[in-house]
Write a protein that binds this ligand. Structure first.
Ligand code: SAH
Length: 240
C-alpha cells in the first residue's frame, strides 16, 4: 500500500490516499489536506510517504493510511461539539487531523467541543504540542483550548474534573497503541452513543493485533467488532 499512495507533496499524498479508496469521504480528505505531515515527522525526505516512521522514544508516527482508516471509522462521532480523546498521541498528527474534522475554520465558537491528545511520555506530549505549534492554525486551536495535549496512562483514559458528570466522557476515542484488552475505563468513558477505534493484541496468540471498533449505543449497550490485522507499538507502562 505504501508505494501506491506516497506523494511528493502533502496534497499529492492525500489525493493518492483518496484515489486509492483509503480516504473515503471528502470531509476526511479536506481535513487531512489542512495538516502538513512534514510538521509531524523528523524524516523530511519521507514526510509524504505512506509509511510509519520513528519519532523517538520507541514511538512511530503511523502510516497515513492507518490514520485515514481511523478518521473514517470515527467520522459519524465527530460532530460539532463532540469530545474526542486521542490516546498515544505521539507526533500529534492525528490529533491535529481530528481537530480539523471537528472545528470549522476561524475562532472558537461556544460549545465548540474538544480534542485531547494523551501521552504517557512527557517528551512526546511536548513533541505533539511543538509539532502542532508549527502552524498558525495549530497555535490557534491550542491557544484557545479546543485542543490540548496531556500526560497520563492511556489505559485509564482521561477524566476532566471540570466537566460535570453529564458532560464528561468522549464521543470518540482513538487508541494509537496496541492494548492487551479493551480497558474497562475506556469503555466507561465512552459516551452513549460513542465509538472507540483501538488495536488489541489477540489473547493467547503470538502477538497478532487487530483493530477493534467498539460502539456504545444510546441505551449504553456495548458492541465489539473485530476488523483487520495491524502492527502497533504496545500500550504499556511508561519507561522509568
Ligand atoms: N498516533 C501516534 C502514534 C504514536 S505510537 C502517531 O501517529 O504519531 C504510539 C504512542 O502510544 C507512543 O507515542 C507511546 O508513547 C504511546 N503510548 C504507549 N503506551 C501508552 C500509555 N499507556 N498511555 C499513553 N500513551 C501510551
Amino acid at each position: 500500500m505504501a508505494w501506491r499512495s506516497s506523494g511528493h507533496s502533502n496534497t499529492e499524498l492525500i489525493e493518492n490516499l483518496f484515489r486509492n479508496g483509503l480516504i473515503k469521504t471528502e470531509r476526511v480528505r479536506d481535513a487531512f489536506m489542512k495538516v502538513d505531515r512534514a510538521h509531524y515527522t523528523p524524516h523530511q525526505y519521507a514526510a509524504y510517504e505512506d509509511s510509519p516512521q520513528p519519532i523517538g522514544h520507541g514511538a512511530t508516527i503511523s502510516a497515513p493510511h492507518m490514520h485515514a482508516s481511523a478518521a473514517e471509522s470515527l467520522l459519524p462521532f465527530l460532530c460539532p461539539g463532540s469530545r474526542v480523546l486521542d490516546i498515544g498521541s505521539g507526533s500529534g498528527y492525528l490529533t491535529a487531523v481530528l481537530a480539523e474534522l471537528l472545528f470549522p475554520a476561524g475562532p472558537r465558537t461556544e460549545d465548540a467541543g474538544r480534542v485531547v491528545g494523551l501521552e504517557h511520555i512527557k517528551e512526546l506530549k511536548d513533541l505533539g504540542e511543538r509539532n502542532m505549534g508549527k502552524s498558525e492554525r495549530g497555535r490557534e486551536l491550542m491557544g484557545d483550548g479546543r485542543v490540548e495535549f496531556v500526560v497520563g496512562d492511556g489505559r485509564k483514559g482521561w477524566i476532566e474534573e471540570a466537566m460535570g458528570e453529564k458532560d464528561a466522557g468522549w464521543d470518540a476515542i482513538h487508541v494509537g497503541a496496541a492494548a492487551k484488552e479493551p480497558h474497562k475505563a475506556l469503555i466507561e468513558q465512552l459516551r452513549s452513543p460513542g465509538r472507540m477505534f483501538i488495536p488489541i493484541e489477540e489473547k493467547d496468540g503470538f502477538g497478532e493485533q487487530y483493530i477493534w471498533v467498539i460502539d456504545k449505543d444510546e441505551k449504553g449497550e456495548v458492541k465489539y467488532k473485530r476488523e483487520y490485522p495491524v502492527r502497533y507499538v504496545p500500550l504499556c507502562d511508561a519507561p522509568k
